[in-house]
Write a protein that binds this ligand. Structure first.
Ligand code: ADP
Ligand code: MG
Length: 264
């Protein structure tokens, strides 16, 4: 009973009609520990609806953990994360599933189901979680595959697709529930260089669609050309937040300066 009550309460709040310029994601003094090891330390971060954030920083600085906390792939240890102004740390069961349908996630390694076609990878959640009829779900999957430039690949299995194509299927899958927020964890890091462009192109179009995007990336062309804001992390803390141009030309924090010297 508690589940259905909280679902009713949250379904309106998490709706994708999140109002432009409202806060879509807010971290308030969020910490995360794995055993004795605190890997996110008292992080505060506010992301507006429709904003595109690039998160960068050295390996092990906590970037993946930060975004995994948003859709509860990890649970936080302290603080609170608000999605569309709603606290989320106590959600469970149906309310948590509801939250997740409003937050898409794209992994570095695509994580497609190898035994399913592109179309079935994309439509699976609609059928299994949302009770759609297979035929309707496949139609929607087809629309999304067209949107990422894979109209003719619907019946291909992952192993028949290039890395760039697989990642575009994964993006289509992340969009299938019409999320208001989409999270990317180094989406181009596993790709051969010649395939990075096609994925960035899809991400650029998404960024212009008004969806809220938080992208962990070392892809400076994305951070510089597409993001509204860059968040720099090191040692589990956000050390700098700035507009891309300012961040790349005049980073303020010494550790950001050192990081940029290495990657640029
Ligand atoms: P990044 O994505 O910036 O490379 P991560 O968020 O993956 O950093 O990791 C931050 C720190 O948390 C690292 O020290 C990592 O070893 C540790 N860590 C991440 N996930 C786990 C886990 N499931 N168990 C224990 N330690 C973890
Ligand atoms: Mg990572």
């Amino acid at each position: 009973q508690q589940d259905s009550l909280s679902t009713a309460a949250t379904s309106a709040v998490f709706s994708r009609s999140a109002v432009k310029n409202q806060t879509a994601v807010e971290f308030r003094r969020v910490s995360k520990s794995f055993g004795p090891h605190q890997v996110i330390k008292q992080v505060n971060l506010s992301v507006s609806s429709g904003e595109v954030i690039a998160v960068c920083g050295p390996s092990g600085s906590g970037k993946s953990t930060l975004i995994r906390l948003i859709n509860h792939l990890e649970t936080l240890s302290e603080g609170e994360i608000f999605i569309n102004q709603q606290p989320t740390s106590r959600l469970n069961g149906a309310a948590l599933r509801q939250l997740r349908t409003h937050i898409g996630f794209v992994f570095q390694q695509f994580n497609l189901y190898s035994h399913l076609t592109a179309q079935d990878n994309v439509s699976l959640a609609l059928i299994k979680v949302h009770g759609w009829k297979r035929e309707d779900a496949r139609k929607k999957a087809q629309t999304l595959l067209e949107r990422v430039g894979l109209k003719d690949r619907a019946l291909h299995y992952p192993e028949q697709l290039s890395g760039g194509q697989q990642q575009r299927v994964a993006i289509a899958r992340a969009l299938v529930t019409d999320p208001s927020i989409i999270l990317f964890d180094e989406p181009t890091s596993a790709l051969d260089p010649e395939m990075i462009g096609e994925v960035l192109l899809v991400m650029r179009e998404l960024a212009q669609s008004g969806i809220t995007m938080i992208v962990v990336t070392h892809e400076m062309s994305f951070a510089r050309g597409i993001a509204d804001r860059v968040v720099f992390m090191d040692g589990g803390e956000i050390l700098e937040e700035a507009e891309p141009e300012a961040f790349f030309t005049r980073p303020a924090h010494p550790r950001a300066q050192r990081f940029l010297q290495k990657v640029l």
